[in-house]
Design a protein around this ligand. Structure first.
Ligand code: AMP
Length: 399
């Protein structure tokens, strides 16, 4: 990696402003899942142990530039205090005298959490005055928030114009794994795509046609491809305006000798509901009107598992079916297991955040993959081959 990381800079006696991802779910002022806080601990602890004064910045939810108490980072600061053995202070402002006083009172090895960055209108607009202000509080910026790397905001990108910006450990790991898949994947490179919409995945598929050996397509998006091939898909979810795009993708794949593998059967129901009557239909025989495919079927699970069995690199984004409902979760679970199986044989497996990461969690498999990305949108844009502003802004290693 040609980017500076937190290990490349001297942190002793330095004020370090660190952009982390503390965007955790909160209900009635209680954190319901603290995974993201725990995930940020290694980088925070490292800075503390090196003797830095650590100032933490994060967004939480979408308060849209308003000071909205339900999105306060206070509960997060309190949870952090329980998880780390050093003083953690919280200031309920994003700038001004109170913030400056708290920073000036901070001792080496202590932590200050500043209020939600998105209480500032200028945060998502990458306002230069705001970025300069935050930069003025510190000597070094550490960027450990991969989930926002596809956005140019003041706290991750703007700030890097004024002080050096280095990657934290989470960011470093994301860049390492996603670059490995994008730049020199071990072959066969098998990609598994699912989820709701083809339209979200067009750019990534087009880029992957130059890198992958095989692309397996499940989820609702499979039906747009199947309909483009003239199959009867009944009442399954189809993006009618993307049929031509799907056709072009299939033609380009053929020309580039990338194998696109589509489902051969589906588990269908008449309603997207737990307990609804289910039937398995073979794609070649067609799905009757009134029935919608909500998961891949058992033969497809077998086919996809076989297509995964020799993989040396796997990227998986998007569930194979409506995995939130147990009746339609089998396909996603079995494919996740098939990816775990090849991982055990030395394949590098990357789960692309969002719903696929949630599915991996749900099945208790998250620890079994080589890497579960913390950024759904960011990891997709990375694999689209785009330069992410929140990575471009990190200082380059010179030597
Ligand atoms: P995405 O955000 O694009 O990854 O899409 C994830 C969503 O797609 C999940 O909420 C799934 O329930 C949904 N999904 C997956 N397969 C299907 C399907 N066959 N029909 C309808 N929705 C689906």
């Amino acid at each position: 990696m040609n980017k500076l990381t937190i290990k490349d800079v001297d942190l002793k006696n330095k004020k370090v402003i660190m952009r982390v991802d503390f965007n955790v779910p909160i209900k009635n002022g209680m954190i319901t899942d603290d995974t993201r806080i725990k995930a940020a601990l290694p980088t925070i602890k490292y800075a503390v142990d090196e003797g830095a004064k650590v100032i933490l910045l994060s967004h939480l939810g979408r308060p849209d530039g308003e000071k909205d108490p339900q999105y306060s980072l206070k509960p997060v600061a309190e949870r952090l205090k329980e998880l780390i053995n050093v003083p953690v202070y919280f200031v309920d402002e994003t700038r001004g005298e109170k913030v400056e006083r708290a920073v000036s009172q901070l001792k080496n090895g202590e932590i200050l959490v500043i209020e939600n960055t998105r209480f500032e209108k200028g945060e998502t607009k990458n306002d230069p005055d705001l970025a300069k202000y935050w930069a003025g509080l510190a000597d070094i910026h550490v960027n450990d928030a991969f989930g926002t790397a596809h956005r140019a905001h003041a706290s991750n990108v703007g700030i890097a114009k004024y002080i050096p910006s280095v990657a934290g450990f989470l960011m470093e790991k994301e860049i390492k794994f996603l670059s490995a898949a994008n730049e020199n994947p071990q072959k066969p490179y098998v990609v598994v795509l699912g989820g709701a919409k083809v339209s979200d995945k067009i750019d990534v598929i087009n880029n992957l046609l130059n890198k992958a050996d095989r692309i397996l397509i499940g989820g609702a998006m499979m039906f747009t491809f199947l309909k483009a091939l003239g199959k009867k898909v009944g009442s399954s979810k189809v993006e009618e305006d993307k049929l031509d795009v799907a056709k072009t993708i299939l033609e380009n794949a053929k020309a580039k000798k990338v194998e696109i593998v589509l489902p051969i059967d589906t588990v269908a129901a008449q309603k997207i509901e737990a307990g609804a009557e289910k039937k398995i239909f073979k794609i070649n025989e067609g799905i009757p009107e009134g029935w919608m495919g909500l998961d891949i079927g058992p033969e497809t699970i077998r086919l996809f598992s076989e297509k995964l069995s020799d993989a040396k690199t796997v990227f998986w984004n998007g569930p194979m079916g409506v995995f939130e409902i147990d009746d339609f979760a089998e396909g996603t679970k079995k494919i996740a297991e098939a990816i775990v199986n090849v991982t055990k044989k030395g394949c590098i497996s990357i789960v692309g955040g969002g719903d696929s990461a949630a599915a991996a969690e749900k099945f208790g498999l998250a620890e079994e993959f080589s890497h579960v990305s913390t950024g759904g949108g960011a990891s997709l844009e990375f694999l689209e081959g785009k330069e992410l502003p929140g990575i471009a802004s990190i200082s380059v290693k010179k030597n």
